[in-house]
Design a protein around this ligand. Structure first.
Ligand code: GLN
Length: 495
């Protein structure tokens, strides 16, 4: 069997036991990337550099180097800057841009020995839920090529699902790791805000942006997260947390639990608001089935309320565009990024460069964001949204007094058809299940839980798990135990 069919954990084992070299492993993935170019998952492939890094990893291993990720192929979402490859964030504005430095997350994974094979496609500046907003074209869902892969980390999700890489980085501002992971049938974790550095992650909405991992299993996510996470003085909102080997905690028995019921005593809250209006039956059924499995593993399910969670879409789509309009003001055609060729004066240079460089969705959000921040509307919109954000976070804090995890769907529907949703508001509404945890800064995961029905039988469904702040270990533990007892995460699209 080809090694690309295996997960990161098994690939690492094969390298350790010298059953394969990194050069062979990376080479096999590069061949798959070339064969599946039509998916649109990658915007840049660094074949030569990757093979060179793989040979260096093999030499290091021969010399006794045993770093956890040594020689393993991964990919980075194009939102992370890399000194040795272009970084565009899916935007014409940054076509061909090369950063003088690596994002902290990129540097940490490099230091851990991972071999980056390339950069993955994404919605422009991470604005979107379908990957259709990329200046470099859409990504196709490897399970069903008529479908979107989800977004904004659609390229990373498709690449992992299609076995082009065993794992990839993503970023999640309002669901961009969880939702594409769900729609592509892989596992994804958005850590607590502040756990992974934002330094070198091209900014969208800074109070929400968080780096995370997309891989086949919770175990693989745990391995990468342990290497990525950690304090970084170059990110002013970086959290001081002890270094954690999450993989070690996955098997740790809970107090009073046994092998049959590893989740005994774990209380999982199910927000009534997440199972009501708008949730497709073909999503609700697999999610409920996964919850039953968690129950069989010993968890206790209880209904809870997150009453203000229904205001998440409204609050998020004021706060995120407000921050985006401010963050994206740096793209003025002067220091870097696209500059128009023709202009009469400075004002026109700014205007034309931005008009040419940004796509329609980015412009829409800059307009909305500038509007809600303007004098006279600031109090009415932006400040109100901030207050609602606080209330949403308080709902979670109250709920976590009575439960250890919160569970629900990731997305109200399975992946929709490419081109199906023309109205931006209908796309925004589809974020209803991921935005609450984002606004509250909480860690959250997407775990494969089955498939849709009928003509959607090849469109994956994800279960969402949310933990209290810095509860990544608990989150990954529950997901890992579920995956030990089920096999949805082992399914792969044909070929
Ligand atoms: N779909 C949401 C948006 O468009 C979230 C995207 C993200 O998490 N980056 O803003």
């Amino acid at each position: 069997m080809s090694m690309a069919a295996e997960d990161l954990r098994e690939q690492a084992r094969a390298l350790r036991e010298r059953r394969i070299s990194s050069e062979e492993l990376v080479g096999e993935h590069l061949r798959r990337i070339a064969r599946h170019e039509a998916l649109g998952a990658f915007v840049h492939v660094a074949a030569d550099a990757a093979l060179q890094a793989a040979r260096a990893a093999d030499a290091a291993r021969a010399g006794g180097d045993s770093r956890a990720l040594l020689g393993l192929p991964i990919a980075h979402k194009d939102v992370f800057v890399t000194h040795d490859m272009p970084s565009t964030a899916g935007s014409r504005m940054l076509a061909g841009y090369r950063s003088p430095f690596d994002a902290t997350v990129v540097a940490r994974l490099r230091e851990a020995g991972a071999v980056c094979v390339g950069k993955t496609n994404m919605d422009e500046f991470a604005m979107g839920s379908s990957n259709e907003n990329s200046a470099w074209g859409p990504v196709r869902n490897p399970w069903d090529r008529r479908a979107i892969p989800g977004g904004s980390s659609g390229g990373s999700a498709a690449a992992v699902a299609a076995r082009l890489v065993p794992a990839a980085t993503g970023s999640d501002t309002g669901g961009s790791i969880r939702q594409p992971a769900a729609m592509c049938g892989i596992t994804g974790i958005k850590p607590t805000y502040g756990l992974c550095s934002r330094h070198g992650m091209i900014a969208y909405a800074s109070s929400l942006d968080q780096a995370g991992v997309m891989a086949r299993s919770a175990w693989d996510c745990a391995l990468l997260l342990g290497e990525m996470a950690g304090f970084d003085a170059r990110d002013s909102t970086s959290a001081q947390q002890p270094d954690t080997d999450y993989t070690r905690l996955l098997e740790q028995p809970r107090e009073g639990a046994d092998a049959q019921r590893p989740l005994a005593g774990l209380r999982i809250g199910l927000p009534r608001e997440w199972f009501g209006h708008g949730l497709a039956d073909e999503v609700a059924q697999p999610v409920r089935e996964a919850l039953r499995q968690l129950e069989q593993l010993g968890a206790q399910l209880l209904d809870i309320d997150l009453p203000r969670s229904r205001l998440s879409v409204a609050a998020y789509y004021i706060i995120a565009p407000a921050e985006a309009s401010s963050n994206l003001s740096r793209f003025d055609g002067v220091r870097y990024g696209h500059r128009a060729e023709q202009y009469r004066d400075l004002a026109e240079m700014y205007a034309s460069s931005r008009a040419e460089g940004f796509g329609a969705e980015v412009k829409r959000r800059i307009l909305v964001g500038t509007y809600v921040l303007s004098h006279g509307y600031y109090d009415a919109y932006y400040l109100q949204a901030q207050k609602i954000r606080r209330l949403i976070a308080e709902d979670f804090l109250a709920a976590f007094r009575g439960c250890d995890l919160i569970a629900g769907p990731v997305s109200p529907t399975v992946a929709w058809d490419l081109g199906e949703k023309a109205d931006p508001v209908s796309v925004y509404l589809a974020d209803m299940h991921t935005l609450p945890a984002s606004l509250a800064g909480l860690p959250a995961m997407s775990v494969p839980a089955g498939f849709g029905l009928g003509e959607h039988a090849r469109r994956p469904v994800g279960l969402q798990l949310v933990a209290p702040h810095f509860g990544e270990a608990r989150l990954l533990h529950a997901a890992h135990q579920l995956q030990r007892a089920s096999d949805w995460h082992l399914r792969a699209p044909h070929d």
